[in-house]
Design a binder for this molecule. Structure first.
Ligand SMILES: Nc1ncnc2c1ncn2[C@@H]1O[C@H](COP(=O)(O)OP(=O)(O)OP(=O)(O)O)[C@@H](O)[C@H]1O
Ligand SMILES: [Mn+2]
Length: 274
């Protein structure tokens, strides 16, 4: 009679690759002989930092609490690095709860199912670190709100010259003469303060805050944004079709942080889960 282990072994049988998400060193070590063995299974590590000295590594810009987002990012990143191709069978070893790896998810690589989550960070005009820093501000703002009240915000990141040309000032620009960058703790306090007022923040490719209070006036044709989102999301989505910018939007009404690129919604995050 077949045992439980035999049944579950099907889940990992004939895999082309295994992606270990943020493995501990000892856990990773147990897999190195799989990689050296004569079966053709490659071991890939996907993590914020390569603490284990992996041979094949995909850097995660965010921890991605949503496991699907984490897996998508790992797979799309591995595809971009030519570690995976269409049709590959991949076994993802992840931690769903805090701590050690506790789940195995089998995925067939399907290029047509690409979500764009990897491109959002890596193929953006802006530095991946800048996109990550803006996400972090938006997530923090979403968690705390402004003096306990929910607050909305719109950040347009990258391709700032073009974004400025497709927008107008709603008020004086407090960042006019300054050279401040996202990620700087002081700047995060300023961004939170200014987010109480209308309009968008414009951030350059390198993370310099170019302007606050911009009213975006992009052409809206060809924009594919879920129904029910309002003017802030429409403007944020549309500017990413009209320019090479990425938009990161915190909704005042549902509290979610969304990212748009190329005129479409690419990522949706609940700040409460971070
Ligand atoms: N074209 C635009 N450019 C910049 N900011 C805008 C634009 N349109 C709307 N906003 C900003 O978005 C705010 C909220 O507008 P609205 O409620 O229509 O958007 P929304 O998509 O429903 O966002 P939320 O989910 O936060 O309510 C406005 O008060 C304004 O500050
Ligand atoms: Mn609204």
């Amino acid at each position: 009679m077949a045992s439980l282990t035999d049944h579950l072994a099907d889940l990992v049988a004939d895999a082309d690759a295994v992606i270990l998400f943020s493995p501990t060193a000892s856990f990773h070590d147990r897999f190195t002989d799989v990689d050296d063995g004569d079966d053709d299974t490659d071991i890939i590590v996907a993590a914020p930092d390569d603490d284990v000295g992996a041979e094949r590594f995909v850097e995660l810009p965010l921890p991605f609490r949503d496991v699907r987002d984490r897996i998508r990012f790992g797979i799309e990143g591995a595809m971009d690095a030519d570690l995976l191709t269409e049709g590959d069978e991949v076994v993802c070893v992840v931690s769903v709860f805090e701590g050690e790896s506790d789940a195995v998810v089998r995925v067939t690589v399907d290029e047509t199912a690409e979500s764009g989550i990897y491109d959002l960070f890596v193929d953006s005009r802006a530095d991946p670190g800048v996109i990550r820093d803006v996400f972090e501000v938006a997530i923090e703002l979403g968690k705390k709100g402004q003096k306990g009240k929910p607050v909305g915000a719109l950040f347009v990141v990258g391709d700032a010259g073009k974004v400025m040309n497709k927008s107008r000032a709603l008020s004086y620009n407090p960042f006019e003469k300054s050279h401040v960058h996202v990620g700087d703790p002081i700047v995060n306090v300023m961004l939170k303060e200014f987010s109480r007022l209308d309009g968008a923040f414009v951030v350059s490719d390198s993370g310099k805050i170019v302007s606050a209070y911009r009213y975006l006036e992009p052409a809206a044709e060809g924009v594919d944004i879920p129904k029910g989102l309002g003017a802030r999301h429409m403007a944020g989505g549309a500017i990413t079709r009209d320019t090479n910018a990425t938009a990161i939007v915190l909704s005042e009404s549902d509290g979610l942080v969304r990212a748009f690129k190329g005129g479409r919604l690419v990522l949706e995050i609940d700040p409460e889960e971070y």
